[in-house]
Design a protein around this ligand. Structure first.
Ligand code: TYD
Length: 208
């Protein structure tokens, strides 16, 4: 199985249910005998988890958009080197709760227009796309109320508000339309089990 690993990510606006879906998929694939590594961004390796605290906590203007982009990219590089690539080389299925499409949308759309720099940095320092990305699409109004209900200290992005979340939903849908082979749109406005079944159906096509 060496070199046969598969790299999947989940994306969506805050509170879309993508983390729940990522976890459910990991459990289902494990039950079916796959060797699964479940991880997340920002974070996923000890160094990247340190960077996660720097970018997600504190005031919204703590970092300039450019500095923030560099921090997310540094975190991703560490995660890629130490967790993702070694697991893929061992033939494992890697499932990441968020990856570079989050940077394309959050830093590329919501924090100044950095889309070109996001893509350039990705090419220069990361260079690995997912094999498949599941976009859990849902109305940000519902997503945001869920995210706030969860509380916690990682509120910098969730505090951005409604119209920005709408913009990001559109951004994600446009990314998917531009790369339909890789990014699969899943209707998140359904009961959890129904969403999970839709995810599973799409992923099964990749894993056979
Ligand atoms: P996450 O922990 O997945 O939060 P949630 O469960 O609410 O989706 O992600 C934390 C925040 O980090 C989220 O608001 C999106 C943001 N983010 C970026 O801005 N750029 C990135 O590259 C990544 C990976 C996340």
């Amino acid at each position: 199985m060496s070199g046969q690993g598969r790299f999947l990510s989940f994306e969506g606006v805050d509170g879309s249910g993508k983390s729940t879906q990522a976890r459910l998929l990991a459990e289902r694939l494990k039950d079916d005998g796959h060797d699964v590594v479940f991880t997340r961004e920002p974070g996923g390796s000890p160094g990247a988890e340190e960077i996660r605290k720097l970018v997600l906590e504190g005031d919204a203007d703590r970092w300039s958009p450019e500095t923030e982009l560099l921090l997310f990219t540094a975190a991703r590089r560490d995660h890629l080197e130490r967790v993702i690539l070694p697991a893929l080389a061992e033939g494992k299925v890697v499932i990441s709760d968020r990856y570079v499409d989050s940077t394309r949308i959050y830093q590329g759309v919501s924090r100044g227009d950095l889309r070109t720099q996001v893509d350039q940095l990705h090419t220069l320092m990361i260079g690995r796309e997912t094999d498949m990305t599941l976009l859990i699409d849902m109305d940000p109004e519902i997503g945001l109320s869920r995210a706030f209900a969860r509380g916690g200290t990682e509120e910098r992005f969730e505090a951005m508000g409604q119209s920005m979340q709408q913009k990001m939903r559109q951004g994600f849908l446009e990314l998917a339309a531009a790369d339909p082979g890789r990014i699969k749109v899943i209707n998140g406005n359904q009961p959890i089990e129904a969403v999970a079944d839709d995810v599973r159906a799409v992923v099964d096509n990749l894993l056979i």
